[in-house]
Design a protein. Structure first.
Length: 507
């Protein structure tokens, strides 16, 4: 096994850190082979390179599509010098070894993330030689080290400085490489499969995901279950600033809190328990919104997860007071808030730029279910179906309740005012039970409030329960065979009823 590096091949799309790495290699007498843009980039930095075309004796052709696909390159990477037959072939045909392969791939993922990208444009960004060289080096990692990500450069240089490049580093570099090429191929096949019918589809014929572990968790929903958090590139879209390690349940709940808070344009605060909101509030200030959310159900708020859609400032920290909480998630925290909240040793503070995902993915029936994420449509297409019409105040309350209802587990009923939830009935087996629960959970009078239902009322009984509680207006999707009966009941009880034309089941 070779423990030193005599020759390296550098060919990168992402130039991050490549100059520093090349300077390090050159200072240690390593011969650097390079291609096209990378060779030009290094030459401008004053680093001597041997162009791959000079090394192989074959010019770059087809506009650069073929430059490294050559036996001299792949024999140099793949040859196992511990095998006499390999050694003989290399000596007989003049095939020098290549000890280090530093390659990252054409930016296919970044290309298809742009609006309006055509299939030919995407295909042009499919790398062929890069993955081939990386896979070859990863297969022969004991003799040819693959570096597929700039994040590995620093550790590689430390290994080389030590005088011996460890087997552990070589193996990890190989595993990272196979993961990268697998993710690359998945991205290509997934995107192209959505274009099969000539027009981009939300979901394609094939679906694949590649994630890297961010952290191992103490356990899953229960202590007997193993759990870990995975994310693209191994980078979580949030940062924990303080408190105990996040648990499996914490992460699910903080995502639910952030997702609901982010639905609102103005300042909004949310308290989540077991993925369901127990209190939601809006106001002119984020501290006011947070106070409204906590006051909506202070009993259930104990041990809850808070999410806000504005920076968590000093006033927010004071609003939380002595309330026991598990997690607070916000875009950022003021220095004063961090100092105040930092006195609670176990309280987890989490910053994030955003957690919304375009796809909802779950395991089921021995496979996975994939759907596009639910989005709450604007209220512009709503229809008042009762004789009694809704004034502006009523419509604002209904919009607020409707947004919250879309984030409550089905069957869902939400009772609210314009800027605060009053009672939430979640996850019941019948809509009647959800209506009863919402009324029962109310911590303040329900008379004059509005209500939202995530799906249609199949009978008038649920509506009657809300009417008995003094609800003045209800928003629901409509679409039941008994809509006429339910509308007539609303007219009879003097309630405004609005149809949205869309439902928001959440299982």
């Amino acid at each position: 096994m070779t423990q030193h590096v005599e020759r390296a091949l550098l060919s990168v799309s992402d130039k991050t850190g490549i100059t520093e790495l090349a300077q390090f290699l050159a200072s240690r007498g390593v011969e650097i082979l390079s291609t096209g843009g990378t060779a030009d980039h290094l030459s401008r930095a004053g680093i001597n390179v041997v162009k791959v075309s000079d090394f192989t004796g074959a010019p770059e052709i087809l506009g650069g599509r073929v430059k490294t696909l050559h036996p001299k390159i792949f024999a140099g990477i793949l040859a196992d010098r511990s095998k006499p037959a390999h050694q003989k072939d290399c000596e007989e045909h003049g095939l020098p070894r290549i000890d280090l392969v530093v390659v990252n791939l054409y930016p296919f993922e970044a290309t298809v993330a742009k609006e309006g990208v055509t299939v030919p444009e995407a295909i042009e960004q499919i790398d062929v030689g890069g993955p081939s060289m990386l896979r070859a080096a990863a297969k022969n990692h004991k003799q040819s080290i693959p570096l597929s990500d700039p994040s590995l450069y620093g550790e590689f240089m430390k290994e080389m400085e030590s005088g011996t490049i460890s087997d552990a580093f070589r193996f990890r570099a190989a595993v990272t490489t196979f993961a990268r090429t697998a993710a690359y191929d998945l991205a290509i096949s997934s995107w192209l499969s959505r274009q099969i019918d000539g027009e981009a589809a939300p979901l394609g014929e094939r679906f694949g995901i590649s994630m890297q572990r961010v952290q191992s968790l103490r356990y899953g929903e229960n202590p007997k279950q193993f759990a870990a958090l995975y994310a693209p590139g191994g980078k979580a879209p949030f940062r924990q600033l303080h408190g105990k390690e996040l648990s499996f349940n914490n992460i699910i709940d903080l995502e639910a809190a952030w997702r609901l808070a982010s639905e609102f344009v103005g300042p909004a605060g949310v308290v989540i328990k077991h993925t369901n909101p127990c209190g939601v509030g809006t106001a002119n200030t984020i501290a006011g919104a947070l106070r409204n959310a906590i006051a909506a159900d202070p009993v259930s708020a104990f041990g809850g997860i808070i999410g806000v859609n504005r920076p968590f400032d000093d006033a927010c920290a004071e609003a939380v007071g002595a309330l026991f909480l598990e997690v607070i998630v916000a875009p950022s925290f003021s220095e004063g808030a961090k100092e105040i909240l930092g006195r609670k040793k176990n309280l987890r503070l989490v910053e994030t730029d955003g957690l919304r995902q375009s796809l909802d993915i779950r395991t089921a029936a021995g496979g996975i279910l994939v759907q596009t994420s639910d989005v709450v449509a604007p209220a512009t297409d709503w229809k008042v179906v009762t004789k009694l019409q809704a004034d502006e105040s009523t419509m604002r309350g209904l919009e607020f309740a409707w947004i919250v209802c879309s984030h409550v587990k089905s069957n869902a009923i939400v009772i609210a005012r314009e800027a605060q939830t009053v009672g939430i009935g979640a996850g019941q087996m019948s809509r009647v039970d959800s209506a009863k629960l919402a009324v029962t959970k109310a911590m303040s009078p329900t008379a004059g409030c509005v209500a939202a239902s995530d799906a249609f009322f199949p009978f008038r009984d649920g509506l009657d329960i809300l009417a008995d509680a003094g609800i003045r207006a209800v928003v629901q999707p409509g679409g039941s065979v008994r809509d006429d009966e339910v509308i007539a009941a609303a007219d009879e009880r003097g309630i405004v009823m609005v149809f949205t034309g869309e439902r928001h089941f959440r299982h």
